[in-house]
Ligand binder design. Structure first.
Ligand code: ZN
Length: 419
């Protein structure tokens, strides 16, 4: 009897801790629009997702994870691909995992966890780090299709470069530095103009797009007329943004998740807001860092999106992402001599669709933020179109890129509490 009481006490404590923890992180990081509350609940039973507000009122969950199933559900996220996860999600409702499912998802079937050995004297021995160099373009012709380039006159000087080239340079430098300290590093793309699945845009459009369009036609997603238009007459930029890029981002996330890293670093360079083209120099220059969270009302419109919300919540990496992002924004200031975006800024995407975490750090529901399973920071260093910055990057690219890579490197060492 005594033993039973003691067990109950321990269990009650644990549930209470879980309840408090998940309630806090959901409110602090995940919920940007108050309508999100219609789609989830955290209570004495566990964490539940609902297809609509009326389903929540009727207590009719789409997927309920009981508190004693949290670890099993984490295993499910780490061991199954998105399609299989969604099958589990859609069939779960308020049922418990069956004995067979429990056996399948139990730790015995999981890939072995790495053992961190520090005996070899390298600071990052045993750590796995994924790096995503943002965008694709390594040359101006592709950068113009991608809409990520600087080409402007700054005080009579013609300046040009592309963001995808800068991010890949930083990623390669960072990889080298991390590997020197024993880390295992994965890059989502390693060649200019080439996606995470190894294709250039032009090759993909010629070789793979007809098949994809035929499939879309067979599934009645597009008409025959639309297929012909897309294959024969659509502009490169339309195909790039509507078909090529979404596939690439999905692939980046799934490759990162298959690698199962301790942390993920997404590398971008920023530009001043409110401009369609980056063709006029600006006076401002700031850094920002994004991390997962900030769901809006229409971000949960189908089961796949609601599952992504549940997965992010259950994995619960928010405090870790905030720590990593906080380190990064400080290192950006220090290494680049550029400040974080001021707290009282008027930038619409920060005020309306992002959640403030700390100076320069915001939750933002970007695709990689939402789909990657590990703690993540999404760096947006510098305004490339700042008048001094543009010249600095154009004339002394190697030096500026090295400073950015140093900032990421130092932030990572601090995250793992390594001096
Ligand atoms: Zn970018």
């Amino acid at each position: 009897m005594l033993i039973f009481q003691a067990k109950c006490f321990v269990f009650a404590q644990t549930v209470d801790d879980l309840f408090k923890y998940y309630t806090r992180v959901a409110q602090k990081y995940m919920v940007k629009s108050k309508h999100i509350a219609n789609y989830y609940s955290i209570d004495a039973k566990g964490i539940a997702m609902y297809a609509s507000a009326s389903d929540k009122k009727k207590n009719n969950p789409e997927c309920l994870i009981y508190w004693d199933e949290i670890e099993l559900y984490k295993n499910l996220i780490h061991s199954k691909d998105k399609k299989e996860q969604l099958e589990y999600y859609k069939s779960k409702k308020d049922k418990r995992f069956t004995i067979i499912e429990k056996r399948r998802l139990s730790l015995g079937n999981m890939p072995p966890q790495k053992s961190i050995s520090k005996s070899k004297g390298k600071k990052l021995q045993g750590y796995k780090i994924a790096i995503d160099p943002g965008h694709i373009a390594g040359s101006m012709d592709i950068a113009k299709i991608e809409h990520r380039f600087i080409e402007m006159d700054v005080k009579g000087k013609k300046v040009s470069f592309c963001e995808g080239d800068l991010t890949l340079r930083v990623a390669n430098l960072l990889k080298e530095k991390l590997e020197r300290q024993g880390a295992t590093v994965f890059l989502t793309r390693s060649r200019p103009n080439t996606t995470s699945y190894g294709n250039s845009f032009k090759h993909w459009r010629k070789t793979y797009m007809p098949e994809i369009m035929n499939e879309a036609l067979a599934r009645k997603k597009i008409s025959k007329w639309e297929r012909n238009r897309l294959l024969l007459r659509a502009r490169d930029s339309e195909i790039f943004h509507d078909y090529f890029l979404p596939r690439d981002l999905e692939m980046r996330a799934s490759l990162i998740n298959a690698f199962n890293p301790d942390i993920t670093i997404v590398i971008h360079f920023n530009a001043a807001p409110k401009k369609k083209k980056w063709d006029m120099p600006v006076k401002e220059n700031y850094n920002m860092v994004f991390m997962p969270g900030a769901f809006l009302a229409d971000d949960l419109s189908n089961p796949a999106e609601r599952m992504e919300f549940l997965n992010l919540l259950v994995l619960g990496n928010f405090d870790k992402s905030a720590k990593l992002s906080g380190n990064l924004i400080k290192e950006f200031s220090k290494q680049l001599d550029v400040p974080p975006i001021p707290i009282n800024n008027k930038i619409p995407y920060l005020q309306k669709i992002s959640t403030f975490v700390s100076e320069g750090v915001y939750c933002r529901n970007l695709k990689l933020c939402r789909q990657v399973n590990s703690p993540l920071c999404y760096g947006e260093s510098l305004y490339q179109d700042n008048e001094k910055e543009a010249i600095r990057i154009f004339e002394n690219k190697d030096k500026r890129v090295k400073q950015v890579a140093d900032a990421y490197y130092n932030a990572i060492l601090q995250y793992f509490s390594i001096k």
